[in-house]
Design a protein around this ligand. Structure first.
Ligand code: UD1
Length: 420
């Protein structure tokens, strides 16, 4: 079993270019299905979740090629409309293909994506919204059988009771294939939604409002292939900033929009770090122990991202003073806490709340990632800890980081991936 070996307790110094965003690349690749012909998607990160998405595209009949950071998807002829369970279970976000296939072919057969390591993740809002657009969807023995009703897909107002990222994206894709105008009220405002809008527009789709709570899509326009560059990954960026905050030192990130990280930067500044932004360069300096910062509540964008909760907690656990984390987005997102405790962290969990009392300095230990961001958090903790930390469970981490050890080394960390 391969693992990361981290010699912690030494300050970082270096610069890294942040990879393209996982959560943009996945829906954008699915959206490439909408346009017959070859689209080029640049800054597409090399992640296992992206490989799983490319496998789905190939299975559906697309020609897919990668050269460097560019992926070319030729969706001229689709041969299938069904995605088998073996591919669906790789990644929960593959449910995005429901909207894409309905828009392009008017039919889709997927297996139910089910739960995941963050607890139950329902798709009721996806299904209700697509039904409201005129899709007939049957749920049979773990399968979702969807087809556009007799009158095809029809645009209308869709009100989301929760600003779900995935449901907003699924409706945006399906609405491109619907007659008339769809207005999504209560849409998610995440920057990745704006990135999807950017790609859809470059295919010729009429989409506006992304980044605000109301997104409008006027469907029916013929789409053509396009070329697009995926935005930088704000959660990978947050990981590297928290690594420097935990270990101390001075790091510089490029390749991402600092404006997408405002909530995280605010926390790091309150903890005592100095942050500077200029254009696409983001630098952070950390000296001495981090301070407790009161409360951190995860919330939809522009609130504090749930995907950065474990990572910030890992940094603050080795600081001084208390911080109360409240996880409002997912039921089961504290798997990293027991592992951080093995490193000497003092954390009490009660339901959605986790009270972190800074332990001054963590100590290296053998720990196991149970999920993607929880795994990255253990690496962050290891960099700030005295001694050697070994992190197993690397398949989780590879879902979202091209090469975490490589990037941390570029920032001056002593980290190696030991093959197993
Ligand atoms: C996306 C991100 C994930 C991030 C999450 C929240 C991708 C590929 N993944 O996941 O990294 O952690 O946003 O920022 O972009 N919900 C329902 N019914 C639904 C859909 C969602 O109740 O039909 C609930 C979920 O259980 C959760 C909340 O809404 O409590 C937000 O989930 P959602 O925004 O949909 O997350 P994902 O799109 O799955």
């Amino acid at each position: 079993m391969s693992y990361l070996e981290i010699r912690g307790g030494r300050p970082l110094s270096g610069r890294v270019r942040v990879q393209g965003a996982k959560n943009s690349a996945l829906p954008i690749l699915a959206a490439a299905l909408l346009a017959p012909g070859e689209s080029a998607i640049r800054n597409c990160p090399r992640l296992t979740d992206v490989s799983a998405t490319l496998d789905i595209l190939r299975l559906l009949g697309c020609r897919v090629e990668r050269e460097g950071d560019e992926v070319r998807v030729d969706a001229a002829c689709l041969e299938r409309r069904d995605i088998p369970h073996s591919l669906m279970r790789e990644m929960r976000s593959s449910v995005i293909f429901l909207g894409a296939l309905l828009a392009r072919l008017g039919e889709a057969e997927l297996s139910y994506p089910g739960g995941c390591e963050l607890g139950p993740r329902p798709i009721d809002l996806h299904l209700a919204s697509l039904r409201a657009l005129g899709a007939e969807i049957r749920e049979e023995q773990g399968a979702l059988l969807a087809r556009a009703g007799r009158n095809g897909l029809r645009g209308r107002e869709i009100c989301l009771s929760i600003p779900s990222v995935g449901a907003t994206e699924n409706v945006m894709l399906a609405a491109c294939g619907a007659e008339g105008t769809t207005t999504i009220v209560g849409a998610a405002r995440e920057p990745e939604i704006e990135d999807l809008q950017g790609f859809l527009r470059c295919l010729g789709a009429r989409v506006s409002g992304a980044g605000s709570p109301v997104v409008t899509v006027t469907g029916g326009a013929p789409l053509h292939p396009g070329e697009y560059r995926v935005m930088g990954d704000r959660i990978a960026g947050a990981t590297y900033l928290c690594a420097a905050a935990a270990a101390g030192g001075e790091v510089e990130l490029s390749g991402l929009d600092p404006g997408t990280l405002t909530a995280v930067l605010d926390c790091l500044e309150r903890a005592g770090c100095e942050v500077h932004t200029g254009g696409e360069i983001l630098s952070l300096t950390a000296r001495g122990h981090l301070r407790g910062i009161g409360a951190v509540r995860t919330a939809p964008y522009p609130g504090f991202p749930t995907d950065a909760q474990a990572i910030l907690m890992a940094a603050l656990a080795g600081g001084e003073g208390s911080t109360l984390f409240v996880e409002n987005m997912f039921d089961s997102r504290y798997h990293h806490v027991d592992e951080l405790r093995r490193m000497g962290a003092e954390i009490q969990v009660a339901g959605r709340a986790a009270m972190v009392t800074g332990a001054g300095r963590l100590r290296g230990a053998e720990v196991r990632s149970a999920d993607l961001r929880g795994g990255a958090a253990l690496a962050v903790a290891g960099l700030g800890a005295e001694g050697i930390t070994r992190v197993t469970g690397l398949p989780h981490i590879r879902r979202g980081y091209e090469d975490l050890a490589r990037d941390l080394r570029r920032l001056g960390a002593d980290v190696r991936e030991i093959p197993g």
